[in-house]
Write a protein that binds this ligand. Structure first.
Ligand SMILES: NC(=O)c1ccc[n+]([C@@H]2O[C@H](COP(=O)([O-])OP(=O)(O)OC[C@H]3O[C@@H](n4cnc5c(N)ncnc54)[C@H](OP(=O)(O)O)[C@@H]3O)[C@@H](O)[C@H]2O)c1
Length: 282
């Protein structure tokens, strides 16, 4: 299943998250072999090299062609003043000719730096290094500001969404503007997987909680990027295309919002604790 973005490119709805992936190349190879066609990484995850290795080895083994895989990477706000270096790092580490979607990982607090980084993303897109560009952790207010400044609507907004945290205002705004949402942290870092209500819903369909949450996202028209480094879970998280949640069950999940979040608030978080220059070898 794919979604068409506002720039005309299509993005596969179910992707593999790679944050804190334990053996990233293996996880990527496993995911591609079971049918995933969307892989999510970032400078900040410090594993673009291994994501690239996994993709290249899957291409060599004829599991996929390059054009079948949608790769997302991101630049951290401490690189916004010098975006070329971080972008070049992504391109060199992934080593897969181009990146399908490149995102501003967080809005950061310095608007001028944010604009500078966005201009740089536009430049790299126009040169063909990126197919699409987008943002991550942007609230409605951040999106409105960026769109007003540049007159360009980002293609993608990757943002924390789970049944516990539904970001209704941002969701509605993205839908209105035709920005595809990609739900990060869909399992609340694993914490939501023992939720009794979701277990009960899953029983009706012979599915586990993870599969119910992924299906809920697909039926809402979101991309979703669960992380696992365990082959059996990578596989089971992909087994969500053979059932449909009823309207009644969707309504139950829609009513589970409790505000539990596992990410910082992007209106106050500047990301200064991590800098590519101190953490990655160029
Ligand atoms: N843009 C952003 O700022 C941002 C922020 C956070 C995350 N993300 C992206 O979103 C992805 C997902 O978020 P996340 O990794 O933080 O958390 P998550 O996907 O909500 O949860 C991952 C946790 O759930 C476990 N898990 C996965 N599938 C499972 C299953 N079927 N049964 C039981 N446990 C399962 C994983 O363990 P095992 O690995 O042991 O299976 C891991 O501990 C990230 O990897 C990253 O790509 C983006």
């Amino acid at each position: 299943m794919k979604l068409k973005m506002n720039d005309g490119f299509e993005i596969p709805m179910l992707g593999l998250g790679c944050f804190k992936s334990e053996d990233t190349a293996m996880a990527v190879e496993t995911a591609l072999s079971v049918g995933y066609r969307h892989i999510d990484t970032a400078n900040f995850y410090e594993n673009e090299t291994y994501v690239g290795k996994g993709i290249r080895s899957s291409i060599r083994n004829s599991v996929v062609k390059r054009e079948d895989v949608f790769v997302v990477s991101k630049i951290w706000p401490t690189s916004f003043q010098n975006p070329e270096r971080a972008i070049e790092y992504s391109l060199k580490s992934l080593n897969i000719d181009y990146i399908d979607a490149y995102l501003l990982h967080w809005p950061g607090l310095d608007k001028d730096a944010r604009y500078k980084a966005w201009e740089c993303l536009l430049k790299y897109r126009d040169k063909g290094y990126f197919k699409s560009i987008g943002v991550s952790n942007f609230k409605k207010e951040h999106l409105e500001d960026l769109i007003e400044k540049f007159g360009i609507i980002p293609s993608l907004n990757e943002i924390e969404i789970s049944p516990w945290l539904q970001k209704r205002e941002d969701y509605a705004y993205c839908k209105e503007k035709g920005i595809v949402m990609s739900a990060s942290v869909p399992f609340a870092k694993g914490n939501i997987l023992s939720d009794e209500k979701l277990i009960e819903i899953g029983k009706k369909y012979g599915k586990d909680v993870g599969q119910v949450i992924l299906r809920w996202n697909l039926q809402r028209g979101n991309c979703v990027i669960p992380k696992s480094s365990k082959p059996h879970r990578i596989k089971s998280n992909f087994n969500v295309f053979d059932f449909e949640l009823s309207k009644e069950d969707i309504d139950i999940i829609n009513s589970m919002e409790n505000g539990n979040t596992y990410c910082s608030d992007s209106s106050v978080f500047d990301g200064a604790f991590w800098n590519i220059e101190d953490n990655l070898n160029f």
